[in-house]
Design a protein around this ligand. Structure first.
Ligand code: NI
Length: 265
């Protein structure tokens, strides 16, 4: 097995005590690559450090960017720092910008600020030609209108990025797929009665599916309620494989190829 966990927050303090064991268990489960996703400037910096220093049998990569929850903290200094990291991305093991996006469920930052900060980071990503990891919750209409605008201006690349933990409709998924996006799936695919996600999965071409844990969040069954970790991605993988009538091995190969294509590895 060669599994790629494309979204893990291993710099979270919940791993401070046992990060070595967490990575070792991931390796035992067949995980070969992990993308450390970031949500703030401070954890972007921590992710770069971890990706460089702990890169071993399990290859670590990272993304940098500011989540819509923290959009209010974004300033010129953050922007310059992000730009400088990205221009040095190979050495820093940065393969994407994110999580960036819009979250109208929690509204931790005002919506106009969220939009402005998302647009600013997306412009930087387009200019630097680096894929984005998008977080979008209850904001699909504003999200689509921003992306359409970028697309009309010819700024979006053929494979602009991934909608991480995709929770939207099958209809929106079709639009995103046409724009070139991939969709990321995690723990909720293992929950019973998650009809919506199956509707999406059966409408999306398999070459657009990524798997992720979003750990320490979104723990799959049978560990729901406990801390999540990359080793548990096997539950996500087998739920999707079963549904699509493939073996876990096949599904691992497909999703890893998709991730390597998107992140250019
Ligand atoms: Ni996340």
């Amino acid at each position: 097995m060669e599994i790629f966990d494309t979204h893990a927050h291993l710099c979270d303090e919940r791993y401070n005590e046992d990060i070595d064991e967490v990575i070792a268990r991931a390796q035992d489960a067949g995980v070969r690559r992990i993308l450390l996703a970031s949500a703030e400037m401070s954890d972007s910096e921590a992710a770069i450090r971890m990706a460089k220093s702990r890169n071993g049998q399990v290859e670590l990569f990272c993304s940098v960017g500011v989540h819509p929850h923290s959009a209010s903290d974004y300033n010129d200094r953050s922007h310059e720092l992000l730009a400088s990291w990205i221009s040095d991305r190979v050495k820093k093991r940065i393969v994407a910008m994110g999580e960036i996006g819009l979250d109208y469920h929690y509204d931790f930052s005002p919506r106009d600020v969220q939009r402005a900060v998302f647009i600013r980071q997306l412009e930087l990503a387009c200019r630097e030609d680096i894929p984005v990891i998008i977080h979008e919750r209850e904001a699909s209409s504003d999200m689509l209108s921003i992306l359409n605008d970028f697309s009309k201006r010819g700024l979006l690349s053929k494979m602009p990025g991934v909608f991480h933990c995709y929770s939207g409709s099958a209809q929106t998924a079709q639009i995103l797929v046409r724009m070139g996006f991939m969709l990321g799936f995690d723990g909720p695919v293992t929950f019973r009665n998650n009809k919506k996600v199956w509707e999406v999965l059966s409408s999306v071409p398999t070459d657009r599916i990524l798997i992720e844990t979003d750990c320490p969040y979104l723990t799959p069954e049978p560990f729901r309620g406990k801390r999540n970790e990359p080793a548990y991605i096997t539950f996500v993988l087998s739920a999707i494989a079963d549904y699509l009538g493939k073996t876990g091995e096949e599904m691992a190969r497909i999703t890893t190829e998709n991730a390597c294509r998107l992140f250019r590895l």
